[in-house]
Design a binder for this molecule. Structure first.
Ligand code: AMP
Length: 282
């Protein structure tokens, strides 16, 4: 595995590979890898000749009050995990190299970024779209893999690529879970042992909503109330940031379940803010 850290090097190497007729699949990450990231790399390996993984904690997607400085980091472990998963090139630029001091250009999809995570993180997706656009321009991937764990992010990236005719195919990959059902996340490292033991109830709460929908419950408000009650009973220390039933493509909030819908949640537990989602149907 080659490790590149300057923008010039990654640009030059990828353009050489493209000239040789190689296809490239990109997996953008913020490091501190787990099996969810590895599943994206495995998918990328199936799609293209060359797999590029980026490892970059993007400052522009963090608000000043958020965990940028505390974000977990283990370069050596990440290097062996990416290499073992079949990565050809690991791109890990220092933050100062990715943005000019007077960076002034932003890519935004406001319509899709205003709800769900966008309510508490209003500048987050602008940072994500901007860094992903920069990575696409540097690497020129044919494919880019994103996880369904970050459902809003995946939907926004798909829309950005469609609307701006970016020449890359976005590949959504299934959410990978721990054995007890907790969605894998680098931020799970923030949980204490006690919090970690209770965190799988977030998934269980969502499965409970799926059961209710199968039994005929269609009201979003009733589903939200049931989730809130489930969390209050099972993880009293948790605080729900949001629970929202949305259209799976437009992310528009739904008052009533018609056929299928995504229920997405964010839950604060200790120092972590945990995301999960489920596709429910009648
Ligand atoms: P992150 O390093 O958290 O920014 O995530 C990098 C990529 O990995 C994103 O496309 C995430 O959606 C994806 N990802 C993170 N956790 C999981 C998971 N548990 N299952 C599948 N994909 C994931």
């Amino acid at each position: 595995m080659e490790i590149l850290s300057t923008l010039e090097d990654i640009k030059k190497r990828c353009s050489e590979l493209k000239k040789q007729g190689k296809t490239i699949a990109l997996v953008p990450t913020m490091g501190f890898l787990h099996a969810g990231h590895v599943s994206l790399i495995t998918k990328a390996r199936q799609l293209a000749d060359i797999v590029v993984v980026s490892r970059f904690v993007n400052p522009t997607q963090f608000a000043p009050t958020e965990d940028l400085d505390a974000y977990p980091n283990d370069p050596e472990r990440d290097h062996s995990m990416t290499a073992n998963a079949g990565t050809d090139i690991l791109f890990e630029p220092p933050a100062a190299a990715m943005y000019y001091a007077d960076h002034a250009t932003w890519v935004e999809v406001p319509e899709l970024a205003k709800g769900l995570c966008g309510i508490t993180r209003p500048t987050h997706f602008r940072g994500v779209c901007t860094v992903v656009t920069k990575l696409f321009n540097l690497i020129q991937p044919d494919f880019a893999c994103f996880g369904e764990k970050d459902y809003q992010q995946l939907t926004i990236i798909r829309r950005m690529v469609r609307d701006l005719n970016m020449p890359v195919e976005i590949v959504g990959c299934p959410l990978v879970r721990e054995e007890d059902g907790l969605a894998m996340s680098s931020r799970n490292a923030y949980l204490t042992k006690e919090e970690r033991a209770l965190a799988p109830h977030i998934r269980k709460g969502l499965l409970h909503l799926q059961d209710m929908a199968k039994q005929g419950e269609c009201s979003a408000q009733k589903l939200y109330a049931a989730f809130a009650e489930y969390i209050a009973d099972n993880i009293p220390a948790a605080r729900i940031d949001y629970v929202s039933m949305v259209d799976e493509d437009s992310l528009a909030p739904l008052e009533t379940l018609k056929d299928r819908a995504v229920v997405a949640v964010a839950v604060y537990l200790g120092k972590a803010r945990l995301l999960d989602n489920i596709l429910i149907s009648k």
